[in-house]
Design a protein around this ligand. Sequence first.
Ligand SMILES: Nc1ncnc2c1ncn2[C@@H]1O[C@H](COP(=O)(O)OP(=O)(O)O)[C@@H](O)[C@H]1O
Ligand SMILES: [Mg+2]
Length: 621
Amino acid sequence: MNTLILKNISYGIKVKTKKKKVYKELFSNVSLEVKSGEMLAIIGTSGSGKTSLLNIIGGRVASGTISGQVLYNEKKRDPSSYIKQVAYVEQDDVLFPELTVRENMVYSAKLNLSNKKYNENEIMDIVDKYIESMRLGRVRKSLIGSAVKRGVSGGERKRTAVAAKLIKDPKIVLLDEPTTGLDSKTAESVINTIQKFTKSKNVITISTIHQPSATTFKLFDKVLVLAPGGVVYFGSVSKCLNYFSSLGFKCPEYENPTDYFIKLITANTDSEQQQKTDLERIKMLKEHWLQLSEDYIKEISQNRKESSSVNETEEQTVEEDESLCEQNHVSNVEDSHKPWFRKVFEAGKLYCGSIMSEDEENMVECGEPGNTWGKELHILTDRAWLRQRRDRSLIYSYLFISIAAMFGLGFTFFNPGENLEKIQNTTGLIFLITLYLLFLVALPLLLILDAEKKLMKRERSFKLYRVSTFLFALTFAILPILLLTNFIMLTGVYFLAKFQPVFTKYLIYMLIYMSTIICSFSFAVAAISVFPTFQLASVISPLILSVFGIFGGNLINPKNIPPALSWIRFISYFYYSYTAAIKNEFGGMKFNCSNITGQVCYTTGEQVIDAYGDDIMHILV
Ligand SMILES: Nc1ncnc2c1ncn2[C@@H]1O[C@H](COP(=O)(O)OP(=O)(O)O)[C@@H](O)[C@H]1O
Ligand SMILES: [Mg+2]
């Protein structure tokens, strides 16, 4: 039997006003107790802090100030073992629309269940068992779908999301508004399925819920009614109506009880007078409950002392517990004061969020996820490839722009000309190819990488995998598409624009540009990682790439760049790529100067290279 107890939990956040940040307490003195096999509903007005409370219980709060205690099995939670026992189903679930119900479950199972403990067949058996128990058998091979592409129904999608989280065999299940957006019958069926799971697996289930029907509401054992600022009721669902009746608030016969409770804790802003009476009522309800809950907390502590005196062998633990009861631990998990570079470096670590440990900054590393590094990479690469195969928009769009660029550049430079014209045209073409491989490879990637970053952050908040494996899997899924589509473009341009027909030159040309593509990919990954928002990344990246282009060697001769700025070209991969391609193409080239009189004529390609600057010669040497 597991128990989860919250004692006098308060939570506050910093809210930005016009001038400064002010501290705002979302709720205070929240106390509750749930045992294995029980379902607790948290209801309350929007913005009262239901999700925040659920995050505190799940150890997922990243900012704000928390005070009070969360005790699991009467002890302070141990971050690494606690997190493993919690399944958290978020309001907006992450399922892959392009994968089927079963595929979504399989990847979730593989990431959640360590390959050190389960083999492939065991994992598949577990998945199939969960599909049956969540009544998803009929749609196991159907795509999840999205707004654009129709897939399974809303209820089935929600049940899949819940099943994908439950597969880790948790002891505590937290659900954030699992029925929002579903009709009342579907909502009831979702809660019914969760209730069966709670009873059969004997887990603690806590769910925030928005306007449940009376039938759905009755499926819960306990309810916590959260008004703005604090609790007005916590206890069994069956006694809830009587409690409010005893205070003079009797639920009308045909009214849905939860609708009625919400009305009781909402201040009507239509008229000032009405608002005043409503606020007074809410205040009275909170104060009344607070008085009762003080007795209730004493009761919990009392019970625990009594039970410990019966069981003398647990004396040591009890002593430890008592100290926990007495101290009122205050934790501050505000991390906005940290400099940005610390946040960037720390993003790579796995944190348990605020779990109220005594760690100085209250962010505790949770240790590594369950799978081995290699297995994790295999699962993530496999998943990334399957997603690319199902949704080919990335492949097709890169193929399209590559072929368009191939014909565009190839035919524009179809006639390279002679001597000076040839030098001008070839340098221009090499400049354009390099420019293309910077801008048109890196910039369209930003949007895709931003979505991947969000996915990674979310999945890593559940401690599913390491950053390194995700990054490698992402590279394996996207980079080959870039290399392959641009290989076609580069080959086409090479022959259409009549570059030197020497195989080694073609090979070096290809290697130079393949490296450029890898640099552009890395640049996009770095930009999305470093900049906090996509908007910022998409504004600053072209700016940086433009600077790379300006100092790249074609627009201004490196010899003429002022010394104070000349270093910039050395951090620009455009410069290396462009000058290497120039050197490759002009190397060994011969010009016929016999017909040219009265103007400068280069007889060899080396002279052309020389004219571009001293350091060009040394790049490939
Ligand atoms: N870490 C945070 N930083 C800033 N504001 C927050 C934070 N957590 C919650 N809030 C704000 O607190 C309020 C309550 O949030 P939430 O817990 O999501 O309420 P509910 O789930 O009941 O609608 C919201 O206005 C939200 O914007
Ligand atoms: Mg919420």
